[in-house]
Design a protein around this ligand. Structure first.
Ligand code: PEP
Ligand code: MN
Length: 259
């Protein structure tokens, strides 16, 4: 059973279920504020948005960097939504002062020096599973934060690489109860990166709730067809609102509640 972690007044873990939502990447101030306002209205707990984007190709959009973080902070000020964004390198750490949860992405799950430096900030960390990492490797990575005196870690199952090519990754549903039985960290699920396909985001979200996840992180864009990054897996606001309602209905069946 996970311990309860409280971030910006929101309880995460045990019987408390959270929603993190937002675009893959912060694209402009106007975009992130517009999406944040809609998500606030829906009732999400945290706003996500990538500013430092770890892209497979160096020629693709790399994110707005420090300016992107400032836009996210502006959206936080406008809506009151706490924010989460990814760090890709220790040299970026100074820009994360007003960020509420620092994300360490799949590609950096085993970047122990980065984990240790982020842990020293004392901020909560969302640690995503590497796509070729075992659950014990994920738990050991989390220990790098704990060993620096920071146990405010949330684990995230975001799909692993398998031979299946219909989906971007394969959601490892069994990771949820296993991680929860082996540790006290809250475990959330990212069905967007796990599938790469918007039509799979709802069914995977429901399966995650059924398996005992403590929250979801979903990519949402006001105009997914125009998204610079990951449009194919992004939900529009209306689709997200539908998912939000369905997931909430299911929470009572698994004894979870919303903050
Ligand atoms: C993300 O959440 O923006 C992201 C890049 O995810 P992952 O590290 O899981 O690929
Ligand atoms: Mn993405």
């Amino acid at each position: 059973m996970s311990k309860v972690l409280t971030v910006c007044g929101k309880n995460i873990g045990k019987n408390n279920f959270i929603f993190i939502a937002g675009p893959c990447a912060v694209e402009s101030e106007e975009q992130i504020i517009k999406i944040a306002k809609s998500l606030k209205k829906t009732g999400v707990d945290f706003l996500r948005g990538g500013a430092f984007k770890p892209r497979t190709s160096p020629y693709d959009f790399q994110g707005l960097g420090k300016d992107g973080i400032n836009m996210l902070i502006k959206a936080k000020k406008e809506t009151g939504l706490p924010v989460i964004t990814e760090i890709t390198d220790v040299r970026e750490i100074e820009y994360f002062k007003d960020v509420d949860i620092i994300q360490i992405g799949a590609r950096n799950q085993q970047n122990y020096e980065l984990i240790k430096e982020v842990a020293k900030t004392k901020k909560p960390i969302l640690l995503k599973r590497g796509f070729a990492c075992t659950l014990s490797e994920l738990l050991m990575s989390a220990e790098y934060a704990v060993s620096e005196g920071n146990s405010k870690v949330i684990l995230c199952e975001r799909g692993i690489r398998t031979f299946e090519s219909e989906t971007r990754n394969t959601l490892d549903v069994s990771a949820i109860p296993i991680l929860k039985s082996k540790s006290e960290f809250p475990v959330i699920v990212d069905p967007s990166h796990a599938s790469g396909k918007r039509e799979l985001v709802l069914p995977l979200s429901l399966s995650a709730v059924g398996a005992g996840a403590d929250g979801l992180m979903i990519e949402v864009h006001d105009e997914p067809e125009k998204a610079i990054v990951d449009g194919a897996e992004s939900l529009n606001i209306k689709e997200f609102n539908g998912l939000y309602k369905k997931v909430n209905k299911m929470l009572t069946a698994v004894d979870k509640k919303r903050n």
